[in-house]
Design a protein around this ligand. Structure first.
Ligand code: C2E
Ligand code: MG
Ligand code: MG
Ligand code: MG
Length: 294
């Protein structure tokens, strides 16, 4: 069964899915137990990936990305369990749990490292009555300034009930929290909605970023997305930047920030300071065009 955007499901025959079903059900049960029990041995952890500013080469933000240190299966990426959480309505408690971890980490590193923390918000949260309250209380408990939290939402998360989702985001924006449009270029949101949302950041999806230096047709899309965002008053972050050549092209197009394996990989919080130093070193390299680009 596959969930549709309207919350109903359709049956599709997928032998692959059948084969995985026992494993999926086991993971679902384990995840529910973790969230119900407060995850006492910290199996759910956040890795952080730096974002660099292309004009100053400094790290301005880090994105929190969930990992599951699974006792049997090892380190699981979100691709291995997010869909499972979404199929069983665990994504709301999961998002709130991770939000708390992220703002707590961010509050702790502010003294040394005053950067914004970006948290991914799963689509159903925007329709949850508790959402704004959860964000507010997580911030209050941590002591993190609201302006240092950025919530990443996808265009598709606005589709089920755009008015309600917009109203929800307005509430948190009213508290001073930033909003980002994630995976831009893969969804189908209208330009009207984009303007109404009044977000702070637009993240160009990695499928667009990836081929920017090699595929001219693709470059047109990326330049247009950057111009559109700027004309709407948003700053632009390109995700999935895997090499310095792409980074230099993006800078020439006027892209404001970048994130990707070519700058720094997501790392556990203990390695974040080192990762930020590496990211800034990489970003400085494109400020000196005389150096050979990889
Ligand atoms: P996203 O929000 O678009 O996050 C970016 C993803 O791209 C991350 O994958 C990151 O590791 C990966 N990435 C970053 N730079 C590069 C690059 O240069 N090349 C390539 N190939 N990949 C790169 P990850 O951590 O596996 O997360 C996948 C998706 O899962 C995220 O996409 C986001 O939609 C979701 N997700 C991750 N963490 C959370 C979370 O805490 N809560 C929720 N609700 N969703 C999450
Ligand atoms: Mg994201
Ligand atoms: Mg993305
Ligand atoms: Mg994504």
């Amino acid at each position: 069964y596959r969930a549709k955007a309207d919350g109903s499901t359709v049956a599709v025959y997928d032998p692959q899915l059948d084969a995985e079903r026992p494993e999926r059900m086991a993971l679902f049960g384990e995840l529910r137990a973790l969230l119900d029990g407060g995850d006492p041995d910290d199996q759910l952890v956040l890795y952080y990936q730096p974002q660099v500013c292309l004009s100053t080469a400094s790290v301005t933000a880090v994105e929190a990305l969930v990992r599951w240190r699974h006792p049997r299966l090892g380190l699981l990426l979100p691709g291995a369990f997010l869909a499972i959480s979404e199929s069983g309505r665990l994504e709301i408690p999961l998002t709130y749990h991770l939000l708390r971890l992220a703002v707590r980490d961010a509050a702790a590193w502010q003294e040394h490292n005053p950067v914004t923390v970006a948290v991914n918000v799963s689509p159903k949260c925007l329709l949850d009555e508790e959402f704004a309250h959860q964000v507010r209380s997580a911030l209050a408990e941590s002591g993190l300034r609201p302006s240092l939290l950025r919530l990443e939402v996808t265009e598709s998360s606005m589709m089920t009930d755009p008015d309600k989702a917009l109203a929800m985001l307005r509430q948190v924006q009213g508290d001073g929290v930033q909003v980002s449009i994630d995976d831009f270029g893969t969804g189908f949101s209208s330009l009207h909605q984009l303007r109404q949302l009044n977000a702070d950041e637009l993240k160009v999806d990695q499928t667009l970023t990836r081929r920017v230096a090699t595929d001219p047709g693709n470059a047109v899309l990326v330049r247009s997305a950057i111009d559109l965002a700027h004309n709407l008053g948003l700053f632009v972050t390109a995700e999935g930047v895997e090499d310095l050549r792409t980074l230099a092209v993006l800078r020439d197009y006027g892209c404001d920030q970048a994130q990707g394996f070519g700058i720094a990989r997501p790392v556990p919080v203990d390695n974040l300071e080192t990762a930020c130093a590496v990211a800034e070193e990489r970003a400085r390299m494109i400020a000196e065009p005389s150096r050979a680009l990889t």
